[in-house]
Design a binder for this molecule. Sequence first.
Ligand code: ATP
Ligand code: MG
Length: 357
Amino acid sequence: MASRTLRIGLIPGDGIGKEVIPAGRRILEALPASLKLKFEFVDLKAGFETFEQTGAALPDKTVEILKNECDGALFGAVSSPSQAVKGYSSPIVALRKRLDLYANVRPVKSVMTAKNPIDMVIVRENTEDLYVKEEKTYEAADGSKIAEAIKRISEKASFRIATMAGEIALRRQNIRDGGAPSIHKSPMVTITHKSNVLSQTDGLFRATAREALAASRFSSVGVEEQIVDSMVYKLFRQPETYDVIVAPNLYGDILSDGAAALVGSLGLVPSANVGEGFAIGEPCHGSAPDIMGKNIANPIATLRSVALMLEFLNEETAAAKIYAAVDGNLEEGKLLSPDLGGTATTTEVVEDILRRL
Ligand code: ATP
Ligand code: MG
C-alpha cells in the first residue's frame, strides 16, 4: 500500500485552543507507521487575538490556504468578547460559510461503564432552517409589534444531510469492527422533526431524509423517526437508545448542546464541520479563559475531533485507534484532568493516550 500524505491546517485560535491544538498535532504524529499515513502541518491564524493584531478575525490568507492547500484542519477555540466589538464576528461561523461546510457533526460518548452509557452522534444541517436569518418586524392594526422569521427547508439540503447521516452510521459500524468499544450492535439513524405541526417544512425534511436513507447502500442501516420534543425526553431518560440522529439546523443545535451535558465535561466533546471533501475538527468547548495557561485543559475533546476529522478523510482505521486510546484512558480513570475530578495535567493525559496508541 502506498503511503498517503495529508496536509492539515492548524488554527489554535485563543485561550486553551493554544494548549489543545498542539496535542492534536502530537497524536497525528504518533499514529503507527503501519497505517502509512504522513502529515504536513500549516499553522494558520484566526480568532480574537488575530483580530486585535490584524483587524480581521479570519484573514483571507487562512481561508485561501485551507481551500487550496489543505485536506483538513483543526480549529481550537475563539474567545467571544462579552460585549459586541465593532468589526468582530465569529471566524468559525464565517469559515463554515466560505468553505460551504454544510454539516455539523457532534459525537457524544460517555465511558462505557457509566450507569447510562451513551454513544451517539448528532448530525445537524448547518445552512438553512430558521438560521437563514430572514426576519422582519412590523405593526399590527392596533400598533403593537409582530416579528416573523422564515424557516426554510430544501429538498437538496435535507437529502445531503440525511445521506451524510447514513454514511456516518455505516462508518461507525466499521470503526466498531475496527476495535473501538461501543454499546451499539448495528447501525441506526433517527430522523427528528416536528412534522405533526409543521407539515410542509419539517414534512419535507422527514420525507426527503426517508428517501435518502432508502438507498440500497444503506440497507444495513435501521431508520426510525421521532418527534423532537419526545426525543428530548428520551434523550435524557434513555440516551443509550441513540446511534446517529439527523436533524434540521435549529433542533440539531439544541439537541447537540443538550446531549453534551449528559457526559460530564465540555472537555470530552468533539465536533466536525464538514463539506464536500473537507472537514474541520473542532472541540465543542470555548477558549476557557478561566483555566488558560495552567496546563490543565482536558485535551480529549480535541483528540476526538482529530479522529473525527480523519473519519471524513476516509481514514477509519486511524480514527478507530485514537478513539480506542482515548476510551482506554477514560476507562482506566487514573490519569484524568481536573474537570473529570482528576489531578493530571494536559501533558500527562496526552502522554497516557499516546502510550495507548
Ligand atoms: P468562550 O467565550 O471562549 O466560550 P467560556 O468562558 O464560555 O469561553 P468555555 O470554553 O465555553 O468558556 O467553557 C465553559 C466552562 O467549561 C469553563 O469553566 C471552562 O473552564 C470549562 N472548560 C471548557 N473546556 C474545557 C476543557 N477542555 N477542559 C477543562 N475545562 C473546560
Ligand atoms: Mg462558551
